[in-house]
Design a binder for this molecule. Structure first.
Ligand code: SAM
Length: 398
């Protein structure tokens, strides 16, 4: 019996960059629901290592792929043939779906350029799967979270050993386009001003945010607060002071090393009205309507499913509850590829929403009175921003 699954062949000249990345995304997004091949009209010796690195950043391993020579037989048995820059050399057959994707060649390009090509390919593969009626699987979101978790586990370990702050010697030690002294001014502890003296040095050393959400969240004594992606705990500890002994602050983070550090910092600070819970911000480990205010510092941009995050924030807020989030936000004219050119996903740049996208997602989640206010530029046309919104007192049944 013939295989009932649709089969897709990606073809480019070298089969060493574009087509291998496309095949990697298709496998990651569709699993075994699609049969996938890739080949080249003039295959290279090995897969482009910069393409391998760019894919590793989003949790997809193509290092073990081998460039393959294109044959007419391969093309004939494929339902869909996607060509990328091999022109008439790549054969197609009647009855087949043929798409020609105009993408730059990653050969000889640096990581920033290849990242942008990678993100264009991811978008096109997603559209192709939609057209084929193939649902994508959640594994890709898990893959993204795994890469982010590994990155921040290292940042936690580094920060607990030395006062590296945001701008350690290694590139992209946390948020930011690169590890430069300029980065230090727009990310991390320097944004806290005199508040910094109120937390243990172990918390300020691992301050990886892009604002001071506690300064703008207007916290009052007795309130219950949730910090999304609490990291080393700086915003939880500052919030705990504001809400006082009658209030309570939860921190949620998915990275064990960060949770260990945050708990130690709370102990060192002698703060008892806090709890750090392990979990993802897309599936919060909290009951419905249990907090008054949700804060966060440079974390929503790292989520592979921002709509799920905002829906969860809406769920855990009590009616009338408020959101006060610091995050990186892009100007509306920047495409996802242009955002990716400005910095890494794990560095809080490539995954940033635009202002309109943020407002649309907040509205879709049910929030009202939403605003996104740029505070400081962190990369060309990308900003640290304060995001505010309110859960209405009375919500329509959704
Ligand atoms: C850029 S750091 C910010 C940490 C802290 N808010 C601060 O200002 O220092 C991102 C933190 O969010 C956590 N994180 C990222 N994505 C997450 C997700 N999807 N679910 C839970 N935690 C996440 C990471 O483990 C890391 O501790």
């Amino acid at each position: 019996m013939s295989d009932p699954r649709p089969s897709v062949l990606f073809v480019c000249v070298h089969n060493a960059g574009r087509s291998q990345m496309a095949a990697g995304f298709l496998r990651a997004l569709a699993g075994d629901k699609v049969e996938v091949r890739s080949a080249g009209s003039a295959p290279a010796d090995q897969v482009n290592p910069v393409a391998v690195a760019a894919m590793a950043e989003v949790g997809i391993d193509i290092a073990d792929q081998h460039p393959t020579v294109l044959t007419a037989g391969m093309s004939r048995v494929s339902d869909v043939v996607v060509t990328m820059g091999c022109g008439d050399v790549c054969p197609t057959f009647p009855g087949q779906r043929h798409e020609d994707w105009q993408l730059s060649d990653p050969a000889g390009q640096g990581i920033e350029t290849v990242r942008a090509i990678r993100d264009q390919i991811r978008d096109r593969v997603g559209t192709l799967l939609d057209d084929l009626g193939v649902g994508t699987q959640d594994a890709s979101a898990d893959d993204v979270r795994a890469v982010v978790r590994e990155h921040y586990a290292k940042a936690a370990t580094r920060g607990s050993q030395q006062p590296s702050g945001c701008c350690g010697p290694a590139p992209s030690s946390c948020c930011g386009p690169s590890a430069s002294s300029a980065t230090k001014q727009v990310f991390g502890a320097s944004l806290y001003g005199s508040d910094l003296g109120l937390v243990p040095v172990g918390a300020s050393n691992v301050s990886l945010g892009c604002g001071n959400p506690v300064a703008v969240a207007e916290l009052n004594p007795g309130q219950r607060v949730l910090d999304l992606g609490s990291g080393g705990g700086i915003d939880v500890l500052l919030s705990a002071r504001r809400v006082g002994p009658e209030g309570f602050v939860y921190g949620v983070d998915m990275t064990d090393e960060m949770l260990d550090l945050a708990r130690k910092n709370a102990t060192d600070a002698g703060v008892t009205n806090v709890e750090f819970r392990k979990g993802t911000i897309e599936d919060l480990p909290l009951d419905d309507a249990c907090v008054d205010v949700v804060i966060s510092n440079c974390v929503v941009n790292l989520s592979p499913d921002k709509a799920a995050v905002l829906a969860e924030v809406f769920r855990v807020l009590r009616p009338g509850g408020r959101v006060g989030i610091s995050d990186v936000v892009a100007e509306d004219h920047l495409s996802p590829a242009q955002r990716a050119e400005r910095g890494e996903y794990t560095g809080c740049i490539a995954g940033a929403l635009s202002r309109i996208e943020y407002l649309d997602l907040l509205a879709a989640a049910g929030f009202t009175d939403a605003s996104v206010t740029f505070t400081h530029e962190v990369a060309d046309a990308m900003h640290g921003a304060i995001v505010k919104a309110t859960k209405p007192q009375i919500t329509s049944s959704r």
